[in-house]
Structures are given as structure tokens and as C-alpha cells.
Design a binder for this molecule. Structure first.
Ligand SMILES: [Zn+2]
Length: 444
């Protein structure tokens, strides 16, 4: 054979081998499922169009976080579905934190206790131009909240439905938490998440169905928490000609600049840590409107600055890191420039979801379930890609937790949000087999 011919021969041999391998791997993969799991997987496959119809129905109900009636209406659809599967449901009223509230549903009192987390609200309020589900092709649909996260909510319900059809739903306890204000959380946040924390304390395993990083081959093992911080520095008001002198000192703006530089010099490069000053106001007088992230400052170039305010965020991967960094930041504001003082305050918002051994174990079970069902491996996504989410309130209270188990697609929070509809049965089967295997092995 001449060279091009030999190449073509090897190429076709390679393609043939690859084709054969992919066929056999699919078939043999499903052969690794036991009879119950085969039943689960084929039930989910048979339900695809029904599941998509449910998704379409809830996407077509506007449930922007501030459209309380809409959030309740989406809750009512899931209430009906879950009640039909034997769940006891209750609506947690949200008036105490100025939001619609949440739907909680519980079923069973034996075996492992799963807490499944989703949310009913979307970022698309009633005045958004993006209101409708539109199936663009066999495998693709666009719609507000179609993956963030009504798709994930449907995955949960369909997994429970499949477990019931396979006769194994009674072997476990499930609490479903559908939060009504994930995208724009009410205030106080602790009150808005009290029911979720309570449910997590009761649960053994937390599974959350946010869309993750858009890659169906990853799940979210860890999420960074979010803490707000505010730096206030003060100086002595005086004519600028006396700046740096003993009686006047440096002024508040130089002191704020010194501290920010210290933060940057000492803390940049810590693993998975970021912090960002997002706003600075300084001068003779400042007014800071915290609520709306804006303010006014007045100061003349020939007057030493008296007040400076900086507000920023801090994202950390574990409660330990969060505490350590706060301590170091507090230490770095000391040794003030002459004539100045500084004060630093923190406000914790979403806690970090740490990467624990339990979470790694749950990922291993989920990964095995996926491979056995012919859906390939699932690895941990990059925590930097994962924003704060409700799972963070629950994860530390349970033995194991995993997020990013919802449908994937892209364009979340934009008017092009789209879903890969093939990930609906995929994620449902993965979740159902994972739950079945955990329940099967629970007492061993
Ligand atoms: Zn979401």
C-alpha cells in the first residue's frame, strides 16, 4: 500500500473500532444495571414527552421572584404532582421576609432521608419580554427558567415518579424543598432559609438540582460562600498644605488606599479566595445608600479627607477559610497612618459549601450510576464557576451533598436561556439510580 492508502486503511479501521466500541459500551453499560435499575431507566425514557409537557406548563407561568402569585401558582403545580405521588405538602408563608414563600413536601419515614432542593422563582419578572416556552427542535427548548431551575424541579419530580413506578419509593424518606426566592432572596435571609435549614438537619443526603456549569459531565461538590464587607476610615479635616504633618496626618483616603493595598499584597493568591472592593466614596462628607449600592461624596482638592467608605465582597470555599481571612483582614487594618483610624465590618450572606469527604462519596455513587446507565462519567466542576446557592444552607447539616444535578443548557439569566432536553431523562435516571442504590445499601 502507498502511504495515503495505508493511512486511509488505518483511518477506516480506527473508525470502525470506535463505532463498535461506542455501541458495545452503551449496551454493556446498561447491562450493569440490576433489574430494578433497568426498570427505572426505561420508565424514565418512556416518560420523556410527559416530563417535557410538565416543564412547558411550569415555564409558561411567570414566576419572577417578586410575582408572588406566579411563584405560588408554580408551587401549586408541583404540589399537585407531589401529592399524587403520596407526598404531604405544606406552603411556608413568606410574608415575614417579604417574598411569596416556599413549597415543602415530605414522604416516608424509613431508610435514608433525602432532601431535594429546587426553586420556584426566576429572574424574569412580569414585565420581562421573555415569557414563553418554545421548543425549537427535538432536543432544544428556550424559556424563562427552563434550566434555572424549573428543569431541575421537573427532574426531582420525575425521579420520584420513576422510583414509585419501580416500587422502591417506600424504601426511603424524601423531603422536597422548592424555594420561592432564590433569585432575589427576601430579608432577613436567615428567616427566609429557616425552613430549609430545619429540613437539612433532619436529612442525611442533600441533592440540589441547579443547572451547574452547563456541562452535563460535572456536578457541584463545593460552592464558595459570600460575605459582604465595609471599610470605614476617618481622618482629620484640615487644609491640604498641612497633610503628612504631625497634627493633621494623612487623611482617610490615603488610609483606605493603604489598607486596600495591604489586602491585595497579603491575600491575593489564597486558593479559591476572591475579594473585591466594588464601591469607594471618600472626601469631607460621604453619604452611602447601602440598600441601593450608591452614594454621594463631597470633598475639595485642598482639604484633607475626613471620611472614606469602601464596600466589597469576599468569596470563600469553607467556613474555616472564611474565618481565617476575616481575622487576617482585621489585622491588616491596624497600624493606621498618622491621624487616621479604620473600622471593618462583615456581613455573612450565603455560607460556603465545603468540599467534604461525604460530598466526594456522593459524587462517586452518582458517577457510577451515570456510567452504568450509559451516560458517561461525572466529575467535580470548578467551584469558581459555581455561584452561591441554597444548597449551601443545607450541605453542612447533612452527611453528603451534591448540587448541579439539574438539566443543562445555557444562557441562564438572559432572554436566550435554553435547555438541552436530552439532559432531562439523563439527570432523572442518574438521580433515581443514585437514590435507589443509597437506599438499597443503607443498612449494610
Ligand atoms: Zn437557580
Amino acid at each position: 500500500m502507498d502511504l495515503p492508502m495505508r493511512l486511509r486503511f488505518y483511518l477506516s479501521l480506527f473508525l470502525l473500532t470506535a463505532l463498535t466500541m461506542s455501541l458495545t459500551s452503551d449496551v454493556s453499560a446498561r447491562q450493569n444495571l440490576d433489574e430494578t435499575e433497568q426498570h427505572l431507566a426505561s420508565f424514565v425514557d418512556s416518560r420523556v414527552e410527559g416530563a417535557i409537557a410538565l416543564l412547558e406548563r411550569v415555564v409558561n407561568i411567570n414566576s419572577g421572584s417578586m410575582n408572588f402569585d406566579g411563584v405560588r401558582a408554580v408551587g401549586a403545580v408541583f404540589d399537585e404532582e407531589l401529592t399524587a405521588l403520596g407526598f404531604e405538602t405544606r406552603w411556608v408563608d413568606g410574608s415575614a421576609f417579604d417574598r411569596a414563600g416556599h413549597l415543602f413536601a415530605t414522604r416516608g419515614n424509613t431508610g435514608p432521608h433525602f432532601l431535594l432542593i429546587g426553586h420556584l422563582d426566576t429572574v424574569f419578572e412580569i414585565d420581562s419580554p421573555f415569557q414563553e416556552f418554545n421548543r425549537e427542535s427535538e432536543d432544544r427548548a428556550v424559556g424563562p427558567g427552563v434550566i434555572d431551575m424549573k428543569g431541575g424541579d421537573v427532574v426531582m419530580v420525575e425521579a420520584a415518579r420513576a422510583l414509585k413506578a419501580a416500587g422502591i419509593l417506600d424504601n426511603m424518606t424524601i423531603t422536597v424543598a422548592l424555594i420561592g426566592d432564590e433569585e432575589s432572596s427576601g430579608d432577613p435571609l436567615e428567616l427566609g432559609r429557616a425552613a430549609l435549614v430545619e429540613a437539612a438537619i433532619e436529612a442525611d443526603i442533600v441533592m440540589a438540582f441547579e443547572p451547574g456549569d452547563g456541562n452535563p459531565g460535572t456536578a457541584v461538590l463545593a460552592r464558595r460562600g459570600f460575605t459582604g464587607w465595609e471599610l470605614h476610615t476617618t481622618g482629620k479635616r484640615a487644609h491640604s498644605s498641612s497633610v503628612f504633618s504631625e497634627q493633621t496626618g494623612y487623611g482617610s483616603i490615603f488610609e483606605a488606599a493603604r489598607i486596600l493595598t495591604r489586602f491585595q499584597e497579603e491575600l491575593v493568591g489564597e486558593e479559591l479566595l476572591t475579594f473585591n472592593p466594588g464601591l469607594i466614596l471618600g472626601g469631607t462628607s460621604v453619604e452611602f445608600d447601602e440598600e441601593n449600592d450608591r452614594g454621594n461624596a463631597f470633598g475639595k482638592t485642598n482639604v484633607v479627607s475626613e471620611k472614606t467608605i469602601v464596600s466589597g465582597d469576599l468569596r470563600t470555599i469553607s467556613p474555616e477559610q472564611r474565618k481565617a481571612i476575616k481575622d487576617r483582614m482585621r489585622a491588616l487594618i491596624e497600624d493606621n497612618l498618622p491621624g487616621t483610624s479604620a473600622k471593618l465590618t462583615f456581613r455573612d450572606s450565603y455560607p460556603p459549601m465545603g468540599q467534604t469527604i461525604g460530598n466526594e462519596e456522593l459524587l462517586a455513587i452518582f458517577n457510577q450510576a451515570s456510567m452504568d446507565a450509559g451516560y458517561g462519567s461525572v466529575v467535580a466542576g470548578d467551584p469558581r464557576q459555581a455561584g452561591a446557592a441554597d444548597v449551601s444552607f443545607a450541605a453542612s447539616h447533612a452527611r453528603m451533598a451534591l448540587d448541579g444535578l439539574g438539566m443543562t443548557g445555557g444562557g441562564t439569566h438572559t432572554t436566550h436561556e435554553w435547555a438541552d432536553l436530552e439532559t432531562l431523562p439523563m439527570q432523572t435516571t442518574r438521580a433515581a439510580i443514585t437514590m435507589y442504590r443509597i437506599a438499597r445499601d443503607w443498612n449494610e
